[in-house]
Write a protein that binds this ligand. Structure first.
Ligand code: C5P
Length: 217
């Protein structure tokens, strides 16, 4: 069975940069499950689906075909054959993704794809998301729950996106975390056997180093 490293945590805690760095260091594949929820959201918005109408989301989502590229140097995501790696980072998708991710039919469809990607990766894989250690890969050999102080997370994300209002960013992240943590279907949660890494006062390289050391003690 392939080696799986699960990296979960709230929005803006640095999961993507960290997960890609860990995958590169170990020569592992990388799966960004958040990008899959975003790509699904992008495809639903394209179809004019009301993302707050769970029944409509459930019905339309089954027609969407997602394809993930798992190279940590250049991860890609396509919806219905269109590369949506860039548009899924826009405000429209970011505002709509958490409601879409509450819909159980969407989750079961994407979890099945995620498990298939894990099964196909022969040389080890780093999988990042919200429910990887708890639901998608409960047998992962290493589970990390990556956290950071909310103000630090907002500052970092605002800098990344060139947004000036860090307080508005903190509120937006908190809103997304609240929906992700309180939904009924596989909420954001720390697995009992996860190692908590707090990146607030660490550089990206230090966080990566810590996780690589845990993976290869
Ligand atoms: O990680 P990222 O911020 O790109 O994820 C976008 C959204 O996708 C999250 O806010 C969450 O609503 C959803 N998500 C999820 N389960 C995952 C990964 C992401 O519900 N495993």
């Amino acid at each position: 069975m392939t080696d799986v490293i699960a990296i979960d945590g709230p929005s803006g805690s640095g999961k993507s940069s960290t997960s890609r760095g860990v995958a590169s260091r170990l020569g592992y594949a990388y799966l960004d499950t958040g990008a899959m929820y975003r790509a699904m959201t992008w495809a639903l918005l394209q179809r004019g689906v009301d993302v707050h109408d769970s029944a409509a989301v459930a019905a339309a989502s089954s027609e969407v075909v997602l394809t993930s590229g798992t190279d940590p140097e250049k991860p890609t995501i396509a919806a219905d054959g269109v590369d949506v790696s860039d548009p899924i980072r826009g405000d429209a998708v970011t505002a709509a993704v958490s409601p879409v991710a509450t819909v159980p039919e969407v989750r079961s469809q994407l979890v099945a794809l995620q498990r298939a990607a894990i099964a196909q990766s022969t040389g080890g894989i780093v999988v990042e998301g919200r429910d990887i250690g708890t639901v998608v890969a409960p047998d992962a050999s290493l589970k990390i729950y990556l956290v950071a102080d909310p103000v630090a997370r907002a500052r970092r994300r605002a800098l990344e996106l060139g947004v000036e209002d860090a307080e508005a960013m903190r509120e937006a992240l908190a809103r997304r975390d609240a929906i992700d943590s309180n939904r009924a279907a596989s909420p954001l949660a720390q697995a009992d056997d996860a190692v908590v890494v707090d990146g607030t006062d660490l550089s990206l390289d230090e966080v990566i180093e810590r996780i690589v050391a845990l993976a290869r003690p």
